[in-house]
Design a protein around this ligand. Structure first.
Ligand code: ADP
Ligand code: MG
Length: 593
């Protein structure tokens, strides 16, 4: 007889367990991933002694019928892959069908599951079914894994302290909560709640649950894309740092990955912003065609191979860097240590609109953007070479800007203007955004019928059925900001007039934008709509960089800016002007010490 034997299932499960079930966190991971694959919207995890005593995962997913319940502990039992074609379009987290078999071989397991019909209760020990009976029907699955490694004492010996095992599980839960904000997670350890998310798809809420509200509020949003990759995420302002790189999390198509080069790309974006050996908190989401990403490298190791990796890394660095620059731009150059803190403090993740209070301003007589505005392009708004310590000029009272004498324009982008004690560099685009924003903030919503004009060509808007319903529901709200929709066919609307406070040549775009905002936010109140509309409209028609202005246009721009309530930042929080005092300049040239 030859010496080759076919291993029995029990032994092969035990060997696989060595790979799949390394520690309590691996069990938690497999159970939660199954719950996610089953479509759960709520997943609760209860641990005793970091899971060494027991791990219970309760989900509200689709559950298993009696037959599936019995089969799910068999090796290579999976409902997720049926043939080789499925291998190339894996949408689920698990697919090898070996996790439950492995877990059951090294622990005691109880399964209670139901698809909504009569449920099933199974009890297994060492992989053998001891109990199989009907159970109450509550749709979903409860897996309880107790006495992990009870029959593999060698493995048990490798376990570190309870604290270490628990921290592995918490890291895992954090990542799962961040990659699945639409699932409500709860983690309870020895009766203490460690994490709870609300499952409303709100990533800032998840960040707040994990890192605390104070830190989450110091995170800025960033987003960008190329033809192959779409990225978005949240990152802390440079003032919030950590001593370890472990607070940077990466998700590719909703799957958490470890990626040294992505870490590097993030750190690159913070270049010169962070103290040495300090790192930010970041959650970065990458979406791409699954063809570009190869996840089947190792089931447990979270590695991923990316095509066009260079392109992706460059996108990450550039997008995050410009978001950081925008959030902490330098409006005042002064070798001051005690200067007030800064633009970044005004950039709140939750309510950027709160930065600007409603002003009491005289209204300009008429709408005429003498600067003859072409469309701004987002990329031009971020040109920036300032690397000084960030400071913001003192908060605005009305007309805190002194009389300025125009010296000239640089690169068709910045105006240089001097006064007695120094000079200013003024970003013409940001300046006009500020002026228009304050104008619109007052004007939007100030409607009465006599203040409308007919459009030369009526505008028509077509929507999908559900969108049209939302638009209809908000018709009165839109009327309050001067948009009067007439139903036209089933899901379409006509607009024949525009409010006089809108410049005629921007009417179409602005009306479109207002409706879009209602569609995007769905539940929008008038205050918010006005605020957002003002920001949108201020941005739309403003002069961009690389556009030379006549002396008269510059004078007008600065005069309008002087009238502004808050001339120092644009509505997005970026500085409008940077101040150089004579003393600062003399210090820079070492004329004085
Ligand atoms: P895999 O996830 O790779 O398919 P597992 O051993 O983890 O393999 O699970 C085996 C099968 O058991 C799954 O394919 C699924 O059909 C079923 N299953 C496991 N956990 C759950 C759950 N929480 N809800 C519904 N079905 C489940
Ligand atoms: Mg699985």
């Amino acid at each position: 007889m030859g010496s080759i034997q076919i291993m029995d299932e029990w032994l092969s499960n035990r060997i696989a367990a060595g790979e799949v079930v390394e520690r309590p966190a691996s069990v938690v991971k497999e159970l939660i991933e199954n719950a996610i694959d089953a479509g759960s919207t709520s997943i609760e995890v209860f641990l005793q002694e970091a899971g060494l005593l027991s791990i219970q995962v309760i989900d509200n997913g689709r559950g298993m019928d009696q037959e599936d319940a019995k089969h799910c502990f068999m090796r290579h039992a999976t409902s997720k892959i049926h043939d080789e074609h499925d291998l190339f379009r894996i949408r689920t987290l698990g697919f090898r069908g070996e996790a439950l078999a492995s877990i059951a071989s090294v622990a005691k397991v109880e399964l209670i599951t139901s698809t909504g019909e009569v449920g099933t209760r199974l009890v297994l020990e060492g992989g053998k079914v001891l109990v199989n009976e009907p159970a109450a029907a509550r749709q979903g699955t409860t897996m309880t894994v107790s006495q992990l490694f009870y029959n593999t004492p060698a493995r048990l010996k490798y376990m570190k302290t309870i604290q270490t095992e628990l921290s592995h599980i918490m890291d895992l839960l954090n990542r799962l909560a961040l990659s699945n904000p639409q699932i409500a997670f709860r983690l309870v350890h020895n009766d203490h709640e460690q994490l709870r998310t609300n499952g409303r798809g709100d990533i800032p809420q998840v960040l707040a649950a994990i890192y605390g509200v104070a830190n989450a509020k110091k995170m800025i949003h960033f987003a960008g894309e190329t033809s192959d990759y779409k990225i978005s995420g949240y990152a802390t302002l440079p003032e919030v740092t950590r001593a370890s790189k472990n607070y940077m999390s990466f998700f590719v198509n909703h799957r958490w990955v470890k990626h040294y080069m992505m870490q590097h790309a993030i750190i690159e974006a913070y270049h010169t912003f962070l103290p040495i050996n300090r790192f930010p908190i970041v959650a970065l989401y990458i979406e791409s065609d699954p063809q570009l990403t190869d996840v089947n490298v190792h089931p447990a190791k979270h590695q991923i191979r990316l095509s066009k990796e260079k392109e992706l890394l460059a996108l990450i660095t550039a997008t995050l860097r410009s978001a950081l620059q925008a959030a902490s731009r330098v409006p005042h150059v002064e070798p001051a240590k005690k200067a007030p803190k800064l633009a970044s403090e005004q950039v709140s993740l939750w309510q950027p609109q709160n930065v600007y209070e409603r002003p009491i301003v005289e209204e300009p007589e008429e709408v005429a953007w003498v600067y003859n505005p072409p469309q701004p392009s987002p990329s031009e708004k971020t040109s920036d070479t300032i690397t000084h310590e960030p400071f913001i000029a003192p908060p605005a009272k009305k007309e805190v800007l002194p009389q300025l004498e125009i010296v000239g324009q640089i690169h068709g982008t910045y105006i240089v203007a001097q006064m007695e004690d120094g000079f200013y560099l003024i970003d013409q685009h940001a300046a006009q955004e500020r002026i228009k924003y304050e104008y619109y903030r007052d004007k939007v919503g100030e409607v009465n019928a006599s203040e409308r004009q007919s459009l030369l060509l009526p505008l028509t808007f077509h929507y999908a059925a559900d969108e049209a319903t939302i638009v209809k529901e908000h018709a009165t709200l839109l009327e309050q900001v001067g948009v009067f929709l007439e139903p036209f066919g089933q899901h379409s609307f006509v607009v024949r007039e525009y409010p006089t406070w809108m410049p005629q040549d921007e009417a179409k775009e602005n009306i479109e934008g207002l409706i879009e905002q209602v569609l995007r936010t769905k539940k929008v109140d008038i205050k918010k709509l006005r605020e957002e509309a003002a920001i949108m409209m201020s941005c739309k028609g403003s002069i961009k960089a690389n556009h030379s202005l006549t002396q008269q246009q510059m004078t007008q721009l600065l005069e309008d800016l002087r009238q502004a309530e808050h001339p120092f930042t644009c509505p997005h929080g970026r500085p409008v002007l940077i101040h150089f005092s004579t003393t600062d300049v003399e210090k820079m040239f070492k004329r004085i010490m």
